[in-house]
Ligand binder design. Structure first.
Ligand code: SF4
Ligand code: SF4
Length: 133
């Protein structure tokens, strides 16, 4: 297995670890998609994102625009009869895609001393957490 495919195969496991959500508890009722306010802009409906997770379609998820368009409004989570927090799952997918992609590492050594001194601490810590494994 190459490094790239090995990284891709981690996407779903990393998403689960990030979000604490289990896609297998979804029974595909579609209420999340019916309630989502941004479906017109999505290439995968929210319930389809979960189905793709269940089926292990990682490459398709990594290419989808949906997790990046999701507005994190939590409407889907409020409507889900299985108490699945799809908004957290979307954030987990975004983080996993960023972390599994080559060339996305970012650490203190990538910044100049001036940047380290001037940038807000919160932004630095957030960036390091997001782009480091
Ligand atoms: S509302 Fe919940 S159970 Fe229904 S499809 Fe969406 S995530 Fe699955
Ligand atoms: S959190 Fe995202 S997927 Fe869920 S309803 Fe809002 S925009 Fe749609």
């Amino acid at each position: 297995m190459t490094t790239e495919s090995g990284k891709k195969s981690r996407l779903i496991e990393e998403m689960k670890a990030q979000s604490g959500q289990d896609p297998n508890s979804c029974y595909q009722c579609g209420k999340c998609s019916a309630a989502c306010p941004v479906t017109a802009a999505l290439d995968l409906m929210p319930h389809q994102v979960i189905r793709y997770l269940q089926l292990g379609l990682e490459d398709e998820l990594a290419e989808s625009k949906t997790p990046w368009i999701c507005a994190s409004c939590f409407t889907c989570a409020a409507r889900c009869p299985r108490d699945i927090d799809l908004a957290r799952m979307m954030e987990g997918i975004r983080l996993s895609v960023l972390r599994c992609r080559e060339g996305n590492k970012f650490g203190p050594a990538d910044l100049t001393p001036e940047q380290l001194e001037k940038l807000p601490q919160q932004a630095l810590v957030s960036g390091f957490r997001k782009y480091n494994k």
